[in-house]
Design a protein around this ligand. Structure first.
Ligand SMILES: Cc1cc2nc3c(=O)[nH]c(=O)nc-3n(C[C@H](O)[C@H](O)[C@H](O)COP(=O)(O)O)c2cc1C
Length: 385
C-alpha cells in the first residue's frame, strides 16, 4: 500500500529525479525489505552461482552501487550493478530518461553516467554480498581503447563481485554496438578473459547483447561467446526500434525498454537457445512485468531473468511477486499454453508456480529444428509453441 502511494507520487515528477528519490528512500530503509525470497524449487545455479531465486535486477538501476545493500533484501535472487567505466563520466545532457506510461515503457539515453571503477569498486568491497552481485562493465565515451576499458574495470573490481557482464549493447554510446562484430568482439573478449585468468578467484563473465541484431549477427556472437568461454549470454539490452508506441515521448532518442521490448527480446532468447541446443545459459531480460512473462522467457530457453522498467510502474515488490508467481494476470491461459510447451530448461522450471510446470513434452519438433539450423531462420515463436 505504502509502496503504491510512493509510486503514484514518483510518477508525477521528472523520471531521473524520481529515480534518485527512490534510491534515497531505499537507502533510508523505506523499500520493501522482504528478506530472501526462496524455496527449494526456486533455487537456481548458473555458472556456479547459487541464486535463491532466478529473478534478478537488471543493470542500470543501481549504476553506482549505492543501494545494492537494501536491494539484496528486496526479493531478487541476484543483482547486477553498473555500468562502471574506468574513469567517472557525467553521461549525456539532461533530460535523458523518459517515461512512456501508455506503453509501460521507458526511453533512456544516459550514456554510461557513473562514478567510475574506483568509487564503485570501493562500495562493492565494503558490503557483504548475501546474493550473487555482478558488475556491468562499460567503456568511457572518450576512451582511445574502448575494448581495453572492459578488462580494466574487471581487473579493478572483479575481486569484489560474483560475476561481470561485458556490455557492448548499450545504444547510447556512439559506436559501442560495433564491438558486437565478430572480430572486434573476439579481440575484446580475449582481453577480458586474459584479465579474468589472472584473478586469484576467476569469476564467470557474461555477455549482454542488443535485440536489434540479425540472425547471422547473433550466430556470430554465439560462436565467439562459445570459443572465448563466456559463461552466459544476457539477452537483451534496450532497442533502437520504435514500433507501435502511443506515448508522446516515443520519438526521443535512446534505448527503449519495457513492455514493447518483450517479444523482440524473447525471440532473441529462443534463437540463442536453439543455436546452442540449450547448452549456453541465457539470462532473459526485456519487458518482463509478470510471472507469466518471466515464464515465457524461461520457455524460450532462459535459465534466469532480469527486470528493470516494470519496477518503475509496479515497484520493487514485483521481484518477489514474480518469483513466487503471485498476482499473475492470464495465469489460466498460460497454464493452457504450458501444456503444449515445447521447450524449457531445468533451471527455468524452477521459477514456475507448480501448476505451470511443463510436463515432459517434445522440444522443438525435430524436423523444424533441423530445417531452422540449415536455413538460419528464426525458430517458431515461443508463445505459439
Ligand atoms: C534507465 C536505464 C538505464 C540502463 N542502464 C544500463 C546499463 O548501464 N547497462 C546495461 O547493460 N543495461 C542498462 N539498461 C538496460 C537494462 O538493464 C535492460 O537490459 C533493459 O532495460 C530491458 O529490460 P526491461 O525491459 O525490464 O527494462 C538500462 C535500462 C534503463 C531503463
Amino acid at each position: 500500500m505504502l509502496e503504491k502511494m510512493g509510486l503514484a507520487l514518483l510518477q508525477r515528477i521528472d523520471p531521473e529525479r524520481a529515480h534518485g528519490v527512490a534510491l534515497m528512500a531505499l537507502k533510508a530503509g523505506l523499500g520493501p525489505l522482504q528478506g530472501p525470497v526462496t524455496t527449494p524449487r526456486l533455487r537456481t545455479t548458473i555458472a556456479g552461482l547459487n541464486m535463491p531465486n532466478p529473478v534478478g535486477l537488471a543493470a542500470g538501476f543501481d549504476k553506482n552501487a549505492t543501494v545494492f545493500g537494501p536491494l539484496m533484501r528486496s526479493g531478487f535472487g541476484f543483482l547486477e550493478v553498473g555500468a562502471a567505466t574506468p574513469r567517472p563520466q557525467p553521461g549525456n545532457p539532461k533530460p535523458r530518461l523518459f517515461r512512456l506510461t501508455e506503453d509501460r515503457a521507458a526511453i533512456n539515453r544516459f550514456g554510461f553516467n557513473n562514478d567510475g571503477m574506483e568509487a564503485i569498486g570501493t562500495r562493492l568491497a565494503a558490503t557483504e554480498h548475501e546474493l550473487p552481485v555482478g558488475l556491468n562493465l562499460g567503456a568511457n565515451k572518450d576512451s582511445e581503447d574502448r575494448s581495453g576499458d572492459f578488462a580494466k574495470v574487471l581487473k579493478h573490481c572483479g575481486a569484489h563481485v560474483e560475476f561481470a557482464t561485458v556490455n557492448v549493447s548499450s545504444p547510447n554510446t556512439e559506436r559501442l554496438r560495433d564491438l558486437q562484430g565478430k572480430e572486434a568482439l573476439t579481440a575484446l573478449l580475449d582481453g577480458v578473459m586474459a584479465a579474468r585468468e589472472k584473478m586469484p578467484r576467476p569469476i564467470p563473465v557474461f555477455l549482454k547483447i542488443a535485440p536489434d541484431l540479425t540472425l547471422e549477427e547473433i550466430a556470430d556472437i554465439v560462436e565467439v561467446a562459445q570459443i572465448t568461454r563466456v559463461s552466459a549470454i544476457i539477452a537483451t539490452n534496450t532497442t533502437k526500434s520504435r514500433d507501435a508506441l502511443h506515448s508522446s515521448h516515443r520519438d526521443e532518442m535512446g534505448g527503449l525498454s519495457g513492455a514493447p521490448l518483450f517479444e523482440m527480446s524473447t525471440r532473441v532468447v529462443a534463437q540463442i537457445s536453439q543455436m546452442t541446443d540449450g547448452k549456453l545459459p541465457i539470462i532473459g531480460v526485456g519487458g518482463i512485468g509478470s510471472a507469466e512473462q518471466a515464464y515465457q522467457k524461461i520457455r524460450a530457453g532462459a535459465s534466469a531473468v532480469q527486470l528493470y522498467t516494470a519496477l518503475v510502474y509496479g515497484g520493487l515488490s514485483l521481484a518477489a511477486d514474480i518469483a513466487y508467481g503471485r498476482n499473475v494476470p492470464g495465469a489460466a491461459a498460460a497454464a493452457r499454453r504450458q501444456r503444449r510447451a515445447t521447450r524449457t530448461t531445468p533451471g527455468l522450471r524452477q521459477i514456475l508456480p507448480r501448476q505451470w510446470r511443463p510436463s515432459s513434452g517434445p522440444r522443438w519438433p525435430p524436423a523444424a529444428r533441423r530445417q531452422n539450423r540449415r536455413r538460419r531462420q528464426p525458430p517458431p515463436e515461443p508463445t505459439e509453441a
